[in-house]
Design a protein around this ligand. Sequence first.
Ligand SMILES: Cc1cc2nc3c(=O)[nH]c(=O)nc-3n(C[C@H](O)[C@H](O)[C@H](O)COP(=O)(O)OP(=O)(O)OC[C@H]3O[C@@H](n4cnc5c(N)ncnc54)[C@H](O)[C@@H]3O)c2cc1C
Length: 386
Amino acid sequence: MTASPAEVRARARQFATEEVAPFASQWDRDEALPRAIITRLGELGFLTGPLPREVGGSGYDNATFVGVYEEIGRACSSVRGFLAVHTGLVSQCLGDHGNADQQSRWLPALGTGERIGCYCLTEPGAGSDVASMTTSATRNEADDTWTLSGEKTWITNSGIADFAIVFARTGPGERHRGITAFGVEVPSAGWRTEPLGVEPLGHRASDHQRVLLDGLVVPDSQRIGDVGAGFGIAMSALDHGRLGVAAGGVGIARACLDEAVAHARERRQFGQRIGDFQMVQADLADIYAETEAASALVERAARAADAGAPDTTRLTSAAKLFATEVAQRAADKAVLLLGNRGYGDGFPVERYYRDVQGLRIYEGTNHIQRLIIGRDLVGKDPERKR
Ligand SMILES: Cc1cc2nc3c(=O)[nH]c(=O)nc-3n(C[C@H](O)[C@H](O)[C@H](O)COP(=O)(O)OP(=O)(O)OC[C@H]3O[C@@H](n4cnc5c(N)ncnc54)[C@H](O)[C@@H]3O)c2cc1C
């Protein structure tokens, strides 16, 4: 029997409260997540959550699964970020675009957490402008393989990955139309990861590395989708991931509200609870109102995705933009409301404050979300030649 959305959320909340939140600050300091937490995500059915049952998924609809992202994001953005990449960008991408052989070969182990997935799109010279990527894939007709060379950067999970979706240029000079997606099994000769060489501001328990591809040979049977279809595949995967990021933003905002309210009730200054000062109440009210609005927008985008509505991409970008900006304002207010406690790592608000910046950048910066929304609203200029 299918679990109800409320039951799935309750399961996620219990997991996040008991198995994630108490350890999140320590994982942040350790700069790593324990493998056991990934196995637990698999046991709970969250690694296959939104995938259809036909390909071994839990069959949750998006409106249900955003509850999982939100509850986990409330406790730890590194775990939620892992999930948005592994499940949203990798497994769901295979579910949408992989052929039957690829799905049966890769999805079961991704679903249990036995294999970890990463999504390799960004390059040092190609961030927002994905179509300018230079990683190349050259066809070897003789043995029906491709040779991949180039560099990807800031790739979440790449240092612990067993499987990667790599986007590479197969048609030089063709921008969007010259990109193709490949499934890469790791380790493979020609695949190497290196540390970024910088200390990340947030998501410190996540694994982010540079991926160096040097003559990596991939059989054509591991090409995902048609030659030249990679840009569209990358963007459709981002629609899944961005929904997870948006819901994660709601989670951070709720966590900030929880911390701020608890502190406002407890801390006394000038002979009264700081929560009895109207200025403090106004901040709490703003966080609350914006968080509820963000939550409603995320749910609306999730329902559009479930219905296959034509405005799904626009709504998803709006949800990612709005929810992550709300989370940023909530974290900013929570740090202030906690005073010097908010400035140290004895309370989680400083972690939320650092982590939320990542949500505003990855899976398309919030400038890019505005571009997606604006372009969709205005539409293509019929008089423009190209
Ligand atoms: C924590 C973290 C995890 C990540 N994980 C992954 C991952 O798993 N896989 C992956 O492929 N990538 C990943 N990334 C990379 C991320 O997707 C890119 O950093 C992001 O897309 C932006 O690219 P950029 O950093 O090169 O910024 P740039 O594209 O150089 O942009 C710099 C600034 O210019 C603005 N800008 C650029 N173009 C425009 C425009 N046309 N209009 C207005 N403003 C513009 C941007 O909004 C930004 O403010 C991750 C990044 C972070 C921080």
